[in-house]
Design a protein around this ligand. Structure first.
Ligand code: ABU
Length: 388
């Protein structure tokens, strides 16, 4: 009798931000350190009214801060597992260690709380981002065992490591941090930020996936060479890479607090950071709804003292399916909006994670969702690839 061989498991498959979620990596706050000052990042303590901001701390984060964040991350893990989703976690890494390469040095590293910044699944391919900050150069190591496992067990999985930039001084514009408001206003309309345009640089969290169409935000963490690299890599596979810009965002970093696709035809948008008029056309012409998020519950000045992200972490939601979204527990105006749009809204407290770089979308990396590569913008079929 002929033996029937079982088909190999498909472990790596995710084409968009919303299809039913099957497997995900949730970050960890273990061994996190305060992010160091470096040419691509100037962390600051949030000044409270009438008080000068103290210097930003350095070294390992306090244990109670780490425990509070880990408790909330565990809450997310429990919620996902209760929904039948497989959850994996990163390996420990001592982030308070200094780092020295032939082209740069930093006194400490950061954390493994935000896998979204480091890795992205596009179909059957895992791409490790170049990263843009020195303290995050080796963050991918926390996920290498997992990536290696997916690659070994799923014969169709592709694994791509984007070229590592030098992160030498020449990769950065240090003067960016000193620009006056008028200089910044001018620069933000030509989309010049703290990284120069010579080397290939991108963080994975500047990418949003909509099936065949991939949006990539030009930002403080992704430059035009990074977008060209992604276009040359992905477009031969039939995908369309669209550079996107949010001209009113003076410090853009990661697209997932600005433009959050929730299901085919619907994007949650940031009312203070509208998409460039010309780039919005593909959505208008395709009859997509762009719905503004409500103002977050926390004002900028009420955000955690050491959090370097904006109040818009409120809209950094994680989709479990086209009808179910996980939101931060306190963001009731957003819950109401999503409920009115027909979503089942699940919530977990997550504010203690904020100072580790993000909220629910940032703190996760989806490896497998149901579904395949759909064309949600058929009117773009004559789209020309951007100058590659
Ligand atoms: N890591 C996401 C931060 C984006 C923002 O501050 O708006």
């Amino acid at each position: 009798m002929r033996e029937v061989s079982a088909s190999p498991p498909q472990l790596v498959n995710s084409w968009n931000e919303w299809d039913p979620l099957q497997e995900i990596v949730v970050g960890s706050a273990d061994h996190a350190a305060y992010e160091p000052t470096e040419p691509g990042h100037r962390p600051q303590v949030r000044a409270r009214p009438g008080q000068p901001a103290p210097p930003f701390p350095s070294g390992p984060k306090p244990l109670d801060t780490i425990e509070r964040a880990n408790h909330e991350l565990e809450g997310l893990v429990a919620l996902l597992e209760s929904r039948g989703i497989v959850v994996r976690r990163p390996d420990p890494y001592e982030f308070s260690r200094p780092l020295r390469t032939p082209t740069f040095e930093v006194d400490s590293q950061y954390c493994a709380t935000c896998p979204r910044d480091v890795l992205i699944t596009i179909g059957n391919e895992i791409i490790e981002a170049t990263m843009s900050r020195r303290a995050r150069y080796f963050e991918h190591l926390c996920y290498r065992r997992l990536v290696q496992g997916y690659w070994s067990e799923d014969p169709n999985a592709r694994w791509t490591v984007a070229p590592k930039p030098t992160m030498a001084d020449s990769m950065y514009r240090t003067e960016f941090w000193e620009w006056s408001m008028s200089q910044r206003y001018e620069a933000m309309h030509s989309f010049e930020f703290c990284i120069s345009q010579d080397e290939v640089v991108f963080d994975a969290a500047d990418i949003a996936r909509l099936g065949r169409d991939i949006l990539v935000q030009e930002s403080m963490t992704t430059n035009r060479a990074g977008i060209r690299w992604l276009a040359r890599h992905l477009e031969p596979r039939g995908l369309r890479v669209h550079p996107v810009h949010f001209p009113l965002d003076r410090f853009p970093s990661h697209i997932d607090c600005t433009f959050v696709p929730l299901r085919p035809g619907l994007v949650l948008t940031n009312p203070e950071r509208p998409l460039h008029e010309q780039e919005a056309r593909m959505f208008r012409d395709g009859d997509w709804q762009l719905v503004d998020a409500p103002q977050p519950v926390l004002d900028e000045r009420d955000m955690p003292l050491h959090c370097q992200s904006s109040k818009w972490l409120a809209m950094n939601v994680l989709s479990l399916s086209p009808t179910t979204v996980v939101c931060e527990h306190h963001e009731e105006p957003l819950h109401e909006l999503l409920d009115s749009l027909g979503f089942e809204v699940l919530t977990v407290p997550f504010r203690s994670v904020y100072e580790f770089g993000g909220s629910l979308h940032c703190a996760t990396w989806d490896v497998r969702r149901e579904g395949g590569c759909e064309d949600y913008f058929p009117h773009l079929r004559h789209h020309q690839a951007p100058g590659a």
